[in-house]
Write a protein that binds this ligand. Structure first.
Ligand code: CMC
Length: 378
């Protein structure tokens, strides 16, 4: 075995082999199982995308109907899960609530049979079905309301918006939300997927795998950036203030949230689609007050940081879309998690097919043969 140099953040070091998705960061290409994200977003829907990612092929009509039926059937939460959620503090972040809920599913569905395809299927269906219900339930409960039961006559995206906003959405925003779910469903070996893989490699249960990934997604350098983008746009406030604000931020060596990516050195293709979706929504339902600020910020960042390959990533325009859909900003990252669960589960399943526990090495930089100093002499 050759000894490799240490690279912070494992930049450029392959940690796995995978046939699930592909990114070309120089050309701005993203493919799920070989299909371009633009084509999927234009022609597909979230559940068939999830099926494609997890089982490797687009489902036939019958396979998709069965999958949709199973997910619809499993959307409800056991009353004891709802009781558990009632004890969560309403001031807690919804990502923490979601992580606790995902882990708790392992308590309620404790059978673990990783070599049984029926078990794998049930776990996939339960997680995809229940995570949206848990996110919406926490939102209503923290406002002091009872959660809204899922509606079997509504599709995956429409049902989530219905449970969240307590009214049936128009088909157009429901479709836009479904596209958002497709765009966020998978993205090679990012931090949360890596976390899922490491956890999966110990052969623990899939609920622990997803809980671990949710905890990783929550950070502001990863999924949490979408929430921070709105805070940043509010702070900038006006188009006129964009360039002075940016100048100050760069002078302080601050990060511009929603920009930059380890892999993409051009505009993230998902950001391009999300910007188009935002514009479609604004045309129909009115412009977001911060959209012009966002567009000017994109221009200003390109002028200042384009030479470093810093362009909008997936988190830059998603928040503006979500705001228009009535989603509060601290739910942006849980919504990301709803969608990314598909990718995490695809990697979990792939890892199980050829598992070896992750156990990398380290370069030790500490002391050797140090002396133990008794406490009274320290
Ligand atoms: N604003 C200002 N400068 C930046 C930014 C940014 N958003 N991103 C990177 N840079 C600069 C950075 O200062 C560094 O400059 P220099 O070489 O002069 O020191 C150079 O670009 C390389 O940056 P890095 O932080 O070493 O790059 P990385 O690959 O380790 O980090 C990143 C990637 C996404 C964490 C980073 O770009 C960042 O912090 N972005 C802001 C947070 C964000 O939007 N996160 C969402 C990521 S995409 C979706 C997701 O993963 O959920």
């Amino acid at each position: 075995m050759t000894v490799c140099e240490y690279r912070a953040g494992l930049e450029g070091i392959p940690a796995t082999q995978s046939s699930i998705s592909f990114v070309d960061g120089q050309r701005g290409v993203l493919e799920y199982r070989g299909i371009g994200i633009e084509e999927l977003a234009a022609k597909g829907n979230f559940l068939e995308t999830a099926y494609l990612l997890i089982w490797g092929d687009l489902p036939t009509k019958e396979e998709l109907e069965l999958f949709e039926y199973e997910i619809t059937y499993h959307r409800r939460l056991k009353y004891r899960i709802r009781d558990m959620m009632k004890c969560f503090p309403e001031s807690g972040h919804p990502m923490d609530a979601l992580q606790a809920c995902a882990a708790a599913l392992g308590l309620f569905y404790s059978r673990r049979a990783l070599d049984d395809p029926t078990y794998i299927r049930e776990a996939v269906v339960r997680l995809l079905a229940k995570i949206p219900t848990m996110v919406a339930a926490f939102q209503l409960m923290r406002k002091g309301n009872d959660p809204v039961q899922p509606r079997d006559d509504l599709g995956y995206a429409a049902n989530f918006l219905y449970m969240l906003n307590e009214r049936e959405p128009d088909p157009f925003p429901a479709h836009i939300f479904d596209v958002c779910l497709m765009l966020h469903a998978e993205h090679t070996i990012n931090a949360s997927t890596f976390s899922a893989l490491v956890t999966a490699s110990t052969l623990t249960d899939p609920y622990a795998v997803v809980a671990s990934a949710v905890g990783t997604l929550a950070g502001p350098l990863h999924g949490g950036a979408n929430e921070e983008v709105i805070v940043m746009l509010e702070e900038i406030g006006t188009v006129e203030n964009v360039r002075p604000w940016l100048e100050k931020q760069l002078a302080q060596k601050g990060k511009i949230m929603g920009f930059g990516h380890r892999v993409y050195k051009v505009k993230d293709p998902r950001a391009t689609i999300l910007q188009q979706l935002a514009e479609q929504l604004f045309e129909k339902y009115g412009r977001d007050e911060y959209y012009d600020v966002a567009v000017e910020l994109e221009r200003a960042v390109e002028d200042n940081l384009g030479h470093k390959g810093i362009y909008p990533n997936v988190d830059f325009y998603s928040g503006l879309v979500y705001r228009k859909l009535g989603i509060p900003s601290d739910l942006f990252t849980p919504v990301f998690a709803i969608s990314r669960t598909a990718g995490w589960l695809a990697h979990w399943k792939e890892q199980l097919n050829e598992n070896r526990i992750f156990r990398p090495t380290q370069i030790y930089t500490g002391l050797h043969e140090a002396t133990y100093v008794p406490i009274e002499h320290r």
